[in-house]
Every structure is written in C-alpha cells, then in structure tokens.
Design a protein around this ligand. Structure first.
Ligand SMILES: C=CC1=C(C)c2cc3[nH]c(cc4nc(cc5[nH]c(cc1n2)c(C)c5CCC(=O)O)C(CCC(=O)O)=C4C)c(C)c3C=C
Ligand SMILES: [Fe+2]
Length: 421
C-alpha cells in the first residue's frame, strides 16, 4: 500500500477537514495497531453483535448474512485528480476495517482542544455485524463523456447506465452516484454512524448525493431468522440462491477470472432500485388478488397450489377450470422466466414520512441485488417485470443506480487497489 504523505492529506482535506480532526498530530487513525476499541469485550456478545471481517477475497455485505438495518449512501466525487480518489479509498478502507471491528475512527484521548476524530455515538457499542460495502458507478469513470480521472479505459463494459424501463418514474434525487457505501448492521445507530463518519472524512473529496435508511424484521423479533416479509406482507427472499454454496455464488454473484476486467475479479455488480409501494391501494386488495399478484401464499410463502415455502414453483399446473394456478402475470413467474437469469437479492424496506404529492405514507423497498453481469441478469428480468408484472399496479420505481462493488481488500491493502494498480 502506498503511504499517504501528510502534505497529500492536508491538500485533500483542507484546514477544516481531517487535518483539523487530527489536531495537527500524526496519522494515528490509519494505523491498525493504534486501536481505540470502543466495543466491550467479546464475552457476552450475542451473535448479532459480533464483528464481520472487513478484509478478505470478497467484500462483506454481499453474501454475508443480511443484518437487520441498512443505511445506504451514494456519493459524488468533487476530487479533481486520481490521487485524491485513491487516497479517499485508502482512508475509507482503513476506517471501515476499524468500524467493522467495533472501533471508533480514531483515538480522541488527550486532545480536548480539537474536535473529536469520531462523532462518538457508537462508543461502548458492540460491532453489531456492521458491514461496509463500497462500489463505483459508471460516472466514476466518465462524467458526461469526460475521462475525469484517467480511468475511462478501466470502466467495465457491463457497467453502464441501466436502460429505461416502461413505467419508471425516476427522480434525479434518488438516482446515480459516483461511489456507493452500503452500511448494514444489527443496530441502526451503528449503520448511521458509519456513513456519517465516512462522509465526514471524505470532506473535500466527496459529497453525499442521496441516502436511504432501511430495515427488516429484527433478529430479536424472529430468533429463528425466517425469511423476512416486505411491507406488502409477503415473505421476500425465499427463492434466493444459497449464499453458503460457493459454486452458486461463483455462478451468480462473483466476477470470474475469465470475464474481465481483471481488476473486478472477485467483485460483483450491485443494482439498486428505490421502489415506492402504493400501500393504500394494496391495503384495499383482496387476499386472493394479493396472492395471485405474487404467485405465492401470503401466510406460508409457498408457491400457489403448494404447501411449503421452499416447494419448487410449478409453472405448468392448472386448476379444474384449466387456468394456470400461478397466473401468467404473477411476479414470481415473470421473475423466474425460464430459470436462466439468477440474481442475489439483499433488499430492505424503507419508510420516509409522507409523500407530499399524494398525502400517503411514503414506503417501499430499497431493492438491492448482486450479480456478475447486470446486463445479462437484472436487466432482462426487469424488462419482463416492467412489461407485464401484476405487481406494477402497486409499485413504482422512483430511484435507480448501478455500481461495480470492488473486490475485497487484503490486510495492509485497500479497496480499489486492483483498479489503481
Ligand atoms: C428485477 C428484479 C426484481 C425486482 C425489481 C423485484 C421487485 C420486487 N419484488 C417483490 C417481492 C417478491 N419478489 C419475489 C421473488 C422474486 N423477485 C425477483 C426479482 C425482482 N423483484 C426474483 C428473481 C424473484 C425470485 C423468482 C423465483 O425464482 O422464484 C417474491 C417471492 C418470494 C421470493 O422468492 O423472494 C416476492 C414476495 C417486491 C415487493 C418488489 C418491489 C417492490
Ligand atoms: Fe421480486
């Protein structure tokens, strides 16, 4: 890892930025040996409170178990040269490793006359399985056609803006971003703290573009950790590929050595769609109509006509009147297609007060999925759904973004090292 000089750091952060946070002192926060552990000793820590390793072949937060809460942030770079971007990723990697261990950004002891290095709201808290997953969007490489950081020749062919889909009602304020950070944790304050502090140290290099908090039923509410339900009341995630099966994950999620670009091997592509639900309309719909919309039973999550949640879909089966049991326009039929396109979904519900246009609750799904190739996986599925899905009566896509999630970093290295090599 190339060391960051003090001059580089000060140029990047400005007098009021990290330079000040450091109190004119040393770059102590970057050193893993200088650890200010805010987390209590591991004894007595529940499984949900444990640390998820930051370093590894792949980034965490993709195939690692989904936590209860999400804080998602898309950033725009205001850095003007490539070194500033590299330094930002180096700083973020060092800090992310600390935060995932349950540590604060840095040691504040003995510096009463400067602002604390860390904002403090996680002092004394467990790591809470925090994972921080970083990705770069198409605009990271080219902004309005401009090769802004000299990295345009490294842009993956499959990392392009998603095509428009019928029915989209995308709002600028929920779209795009040069870099994303997906913070997931079993405590909302831990997830928020991570984004807040990453944004704080990015000062002078990147600014927040949009954020979205998300949640699902907590592991305390369902100790058995069954499939979570979305805000339409249905189990969501049943037919996901098995994240513990490496072979499946290599087929569906991880970029393989033969498909390039080389710097993305062991990374994955993330698609994010902010999907608003027309919950007032849904709440006036009969149970039968709801179940026909998804093609699954609400209570059990089983495919229509089957008993158990994990029974396979039978898309040919007809009732005594000769009608398909899972209707032609049911969500699962169209999402499954011919079974060749698979994605790993890792979505969270959101609520955002009231939609001022309609006076209704603003609630929905921050749909997040991972795949090796968004153009061959997400796009054809969404093309079928956008055209025909019975669910379209009850949802509208209002935000959209795509990111290349970097391969994992090795200890002593940083996220994006292969990209900047
Ligand atoms: C383009 C991809 C998908 C979008 C967008 C999407 C939106 C969306 N989905 C639900 C609820 C459910 N989806 C379910 C299954 C399912 N959905 C997708 C893809 C997208 N969904 C896939 C690939 C699948 C699996 C299909 C299969 O192989 O069987 C289900 C059923 C249970 C499950 O398997 O998870 C539900 C419920 C909502 C509410 C939504 C937008 C708001
Ligand atoms: Fe779905």
């Amino acid at each position: 890892m190339r060391k960051i000089s003090r001059r580089e750091l000060l140029r990047l952060t400005g007098a009021g930025g990290l330079g000040m946070l450091l109190g004119g002192g040393t770059l102590k926060w970057l050193s893993p040996s200088n650890v200010s552990t805010s987390a209590p000793a591991a004894s007595g820590m529940s499984a949900t409170g444990q640390a998820v390793p930051f370093y590894g072949k792949h980034q965490s937060g993709i195939v690692t178990p989904a936590q209860d809460f999400l804080y998602f942030a898309a950033f725009d770079l205001i850095a003007t040269d490539r070194d500033e971007v590299r330094i930002l990723l180096q700083k973020w990697s060092a800090i992310a490793a600390r935060l995932q261990r349950g540590e604060t950004v840095g040691d504040d002891e003995g510096k009463p006359l400067v602002p604390p290095v860390d904002t403090g709201e996680t002092i004394g808290l467990h790591p809470m399985s925090l994972s921080l997953t970083f990705g770069v969007g198409p605009s990271f490489f080219r902004q309005k056609g401009v090769n802004r950081f000299g990295l345009a020749d490294r842009q993956p062919e499959v990392l392009s803006e998603l095509p428009p889909f019928p029915g989209d009602n995308l709002k600028e304020e929920w779209c795009g971003g040069d870099i994303c950070v997906q913070a997931c944790a079993n405590d909302p304050q831990v997830a928020f703290h991570a984004i807040r502090n990453l944004a704080r140290v990015a000062r002078g290099a990147a600014v927040l573009r949009w954020t979205q908090a998300g949640f699902q039923r907590t592991s305390t509410a369902d100790a058995a950790k069954g499939t979570p339900r979305n805000l339409l009341g249905f189990k969501d995630g049943t037919a996901n590929p098995d994240t513990t099966d490496n072979e499946q994950m290599n087929q569906v999620v991880w970029v393989q050595p033969d498909e390039g670009p080389d710097w993305m091997v062991n990374g994955s592509y993330m698609v994010v769609r902010r999907i608003q639900m027309r919950i007032e309309v849904w709440d006036r719909t009969t149970l039968q109509e709801e179940e026909n919309t998804f093609g699954r039973h609400r209570e059990s999550g089983a495919p229509l006509g089957k008993q158990n949640e994990f029974d396979p879909l039978d898309l040919e089966r007809k009732n005594e009147r000769g009608e398909l049991i899972i209707p032609e326009n049911a969500h699962v039929r169209l999402a499954f297609g011919d079974g060749t396109e698979k994605i790993l979904r890792r979505s969270y519900s959101y609520t955002n007060g009231i939609d001022l246009d309609t006076g209704h609750l603003d609630a929905g799904l921050l749909f997040i999925c991972f795949q090796r190739d968004p153009l061959k996986q997400f796009v054809p599925i969404q093309q079928r759904l956008a055209k025909q899905d019975a669910l379209n009566e009850y949802i509208v896509h209002v935000g959209s973004a795509v990111f290349a999630c970097l391969p994992g970093a090795q200890e002593g290295g940083y996220l994006g090292e292969t990209l900047f090599a």
